[in-house]
Ligand binder design. Structure first.
Ligand code: FE2
Length: 307
């Protein structure tokens, strides 16, 4: 993967602002143009230290932060709309994804704030989605355009997040209502566990420039993307059809393993990475840039917000 800071970082002298107060029109235009052309902007050297500083900068750059809905990973809320990055074992990579591209709606901008860089690794690798879209095999893309994709999720009490946490309620009726409004079918099992099925499209247009983009969790949630030793245990416990997450074609047919291998390869080819420094603020356009997480050593504190 290319070792590269996302273009040249924007610094306090470029902007003549500390990011905690409203930007003027020229400053906003400059930042928005950079974001649209590169898909990501790194702000470096700003006097941002606390979570509250981060929250102010997010409001300056993207407006009010959104709550994290339909959760797929454990996070702690630090303050309103500000979360820890996914609390997922440090030895494992988190594969490239566009935040919440399995939902009916998703955030436009994501913000990552480095409060403590890890001893090694732990970058947020970034993949250029325009490059991914252009480099995918045309036959594979057309197949998904025609058939769509399906996200199947099984909420097991002993693994992953319980449905009450994912949907933020203990009421089944409230879950049914939310899911009905968001294109998700619910199936309540006799043991009280939940299975959800959502049919989604694989390509979406960017609202800013109309580009058609590969924007989905097809490879991310597919069983072949889970590390081998983990998938072995999960399949033993739940079987393929009971996996916490899996994807199939929109008509329910299996997606061949080699198709997802090809998709993963194209994300990796389109990726760059850089090492965080304390105080770095990374802003990405969630549709133009996919992000992941490298394994790391040491303590790592990255706060995240979405707008
Ligand atoms: Fe993410």
């Amino acid at each position: 993967m290319t070792e590269k800071v996302p273009d040249t970082p924007i610094t306090p002298s470029d902007l003549n602002s500390d990011l905690t107060a409203r930007l003027n029109d020229d400053q906003s235009r400059h930042i928005n143009e950079r974001l649209m052309s590169a898909g990501r902007v790194l702000f470096r050297g700003f006097p941002l230290e606390s979570t509250a500083d981060f929250a102010k900068a997010v409001r300056t750059l993207g407006g009010d932060p959104l709550p994290y809905t339909e959760r797929s990973t454990p996070r702690k809320q630090l303050e309103s709309g500000i979360y820890t990055s996914t609390e997922y074992t440090r030895e494992e990579e988190i594969f490239f994804h566009n935040e919440n591209s399995y939902q009916a709606t998703w955030p436009g901008r994501l913000f990552f704030f480095c409060q403590r860089p890890p001893a090694s690794g732990g970058a947020t690798p970034l993949a250029d989605v325009r490059q991914v879209t252009a480099s995918l095999d045309v036959g594979i893309v057309e197949e998904f355009r025609r058939r769509g994709w399906r996200h199947i999720r099984n909420y097991h009490p002993q693994i992953g997040l319980p449905w009450s946490e994912v949907f933020g309620t203990t009421s089944r009726e409230a879950v049914d209502l939310y899911c009905g409004d968001n294109g998700i079918q619910t199936h309540w099992n006799s043991d009280g566990t939940l299975r959800t099925v959502a049919d989604r499209v694989a390509l979406h247009r960017h609202p800013g420039n109309g580009d058609e983009l590969w924007f989905n969790h097809i490879a991310f949630f597919h069983w072949t993307t889970i590390p081998e030793r983990v998938i072995g245990v999960l399949e033993e416990l739940f079987g393929r059809s009971g996996l916490p997450n899996n994807t199939v074609y929109g008509d329910g047919a299996e997606i061949p393993a080699e198709v997802c291998a090809h998709i993963r390869e194209k994300y990796r080819e389109a990726a760059t990475r850089f090492d965080y420094r304390r105080g770095d603020l990374l802003m990405i356009d969630n549709m133009l840039t996919a992000h992941g997480r490298e394994p790391y050593e040491g303590e790592r504190q990255i706060a995240v917000a979405m707008t």
